[in-house]
Design a protein around this ligand. Structure first.
Ligand code: ZN
Length: 205
């Protein structure tokens, strides 16, 4: 805890002071250009890997960067409402779905359900089609290849789910909204981006 308290003191004294003007401008409004949908994993830090400042990314993070398909529901939908707000209120111009290496959520697809994690298990049902397709392509003898294909296929699956949102499908078709799929590799800093023309992920950096 001491580390966190020291952190907020340091932030106020150093980082905040250095960017005082920026924070003043951001004080009463935000105009983010991008909705970033990433995994909740502690090693994925969206502003760090994109070199963006406060005010640029509207960020939604959940287990395995999942986008639940669009539906009207009388429940409390965290990811869905964040997507709605980013598009309908903030009018972002880009959406990035960012998966990452060594994703625990993606790995859990291949494990027996853990009874301590009923909500996580349920949540990962939203990526179950990914597991099926990967198992058809790669055997369990090649776990690293299977891991990468699962993480990248999951990004593509969630990009597909984005298009079930009527206002996203419309803007994407009109060309006023860009949707990108990324795969971030923690130990190398590499980011692979999905290339729609080639139908594969290519290194971006
Ligand atoms: Zn993850």
């Amino acid at each position: 805890m001491d580390k966190l308290l020291k952190g907020v003191v340091h932030f106020k004294k150093k980082d905040f002071e250095k960017n005082r003007g920026l924070f003043k401008d951001l004080g009463r409004e935000q105009k983010p250009h991008t909705l970033f949908i990433g995994c909740a994993d502690s090693r994925v830090v969206p502003s760090l890997i994109t070199k963006t400042l406060p005010g640029e990314l509207f960020i939604v993070r959940n287990i395995a960067n999942i986008v639940p398909p669009f539906r009207m529901a009388d429940e409390y939908l965290a990811t869905t409402s964040a997507i709605e707000y980013a598009l309908q209120e903030l009018n972002v111009e880009n959406i990035i779905v960012c998966g990452h290496s060594n994703c625990g959520g993606c790995a859990a697809l291949y494990k027996e359900p853990d009874e301590r994690l009923p909500h996580t298990t349920k949540w990962m049902e939203l990526a179950s089609s990914v597991k099926k397709s990967v198992e058809e392509q790669i055997s369990e003898d090649d776990p690293l290849a299977r891991e990468w294909l699962t993480e990248q296929s999951n990004v593509l699956e969630q990009m597909k789910h984005l298009l079930t949102y009527p206002y996203i499908a419309e803007r994407f078709k009109e060309g006023t909204l860009d949707i990108m799929g990324w795969h971030y590799i923690i130990e190398t800093g590499e980011v692979y981006g999905y290339d729609r023309t080639e139908g594969c992920f290519n290194l971006l950096n």
